[in-house]
Design a protein around this ligand. Structure first.
Ligand code: CUA
Length: 324
């Protein structure tokens, strides 16, 4: 049924970023969804029993055939059954839930995390401590590996959730939270911030590219490199203006003087497919609109309106678009 719906939605809009809780794309999601199915089966069974009993009582004890029942008379046997079944279900599901919670919890929080993900108003930062790589919003992860994600927040509470990976975790300032995920197949997976975090909460899309080991390592190797350089005049102008106009106070571009940490790392900006945590497709015209009128595109975002001249915006755009 879900697959059928998914196929229809994909026909309507092939670029739609679908998020399905019922699709288990990680080992953790598989366990959570199995438990959800047990809940569903139990709830459905109870629903049918309640409907059947209600129907029976309505017909069997119709007013025209019967006197009013005596509400003071208890039937101990039925009382035990009516209380016993729900109690038994609560106990069973308590243990099943504890079992799943334990199984999906990180095996060890002592090892170096594979990725440290930090929530910001309103974008995601991803640091790969062992590789020394930093990126933003589009996060690359290898498949078939127990990955330890460390989740942090720089400002308010955000919440990390990719429905197809199952588990969700809050990102709380000055508290380290961890998630383990083992992704089953390569693909693009989407999520959104799941804790209201201010004006642009709805525009904090998560994009995860799950890749085979070789593709992932290739990406890491590329990302470790410094920013690409191009000697064309406009690009060199843009590079200079990026510093002069103080963009570099907030953004890092590795291999240049720009080393700000308040905004996303832009070292390989041009190799990402979206801008602003999934708000815009990454192309020259969108990048230009964003740089010239950030507050119009993402009101409340911490990037101020610099009221730069058109030619300045164009040079900076050309420079950033060259950062493959
Ligand atoms: Cu970040 Cu909601």
């Amino acid at each position: 049924m879900i697959d059928f719906l998914r196929r229809i939605l994909l026909q309507v809009s092939p670029d739609i970023s679908l998020q399905f809780t019922s699709t288990s794309s990680s080992q953790q999601a598989e366990k959570i969804n199995q438990l959800t199915n047990y809940f569903f089966y139990a709830a459905t069974l109870i629903l049918f029993i309640v409907i059947a009993l209600t129907t029976y009582v309505i017909i069997r004890f119709r007013h025209k055939n019967n006197q009013l029942p005596n509400s003071k008379k208890l039937n101990p046997k039925w009382e035990i059954v009516m209380l016993g079944i729900p109690l038994l279900l609560v106990i069973i599901f308590f243990f099943l839930s504890m079992n799943v919670t334990t199984k999906i919890a990180p095996q060890s929080k002592e090892k170096i995390p594979d990725v440290v993900i930090t929530g910001h108003q309103w974008w995601w930062q991803a640091d790969y401590p062992e590789a020394g790589v930093t990126t933003a919003n589009e996060i690359h992860l290898p498949v078939n590996k127990d990955l330890l994600l460390k989740l942090e927040s720089q400002d308010v509470i955000h919440s990390w959730w990719i429905p197809q990976f199952g588990n969700k975790m809050d990102m709380i300032p000055s508290q380290d939270n961890f998630l383990e995920v083992n992704i089953k197949a390569p693909g693009t997976y989407y999520g959104t911030c799941s804790e209201f975090c201010g004006d642009q909460h709805a525009h904090m899309q998560i994009i995860v590219y799950a890749e085979s080991d070789s593709a992932y390592n290739e990406w890491l190797t590329h990302s470790r490199k410094r920013a690409a350089t191009d000697s064309s005049e406009q690009i060199q102008d843009g590079k200079r203006l990026f510093i002069e106009k103080t963009c570099s106070n907030c953004h890092t571009i590795k291999g240049t003087e720009a080393n700000g940490i308040n905004g996303p790392d832009l070292t390989h900006l041009a190799s990402r497919s979206t801008l602003l945590a999934g708000v815009l497709v990454n192309n020259v015209s969108n990048l230009k609109s964003w740089i010239s009128k950030p507050q119009k595109i993402k009101p409340g975002a911490y990037m101020p309106d610099f009221a730069m001249e058109d030619s300045t915006v164009e040079s900076i755009t050309a420079y950033l678009s060259s950062l493959k």
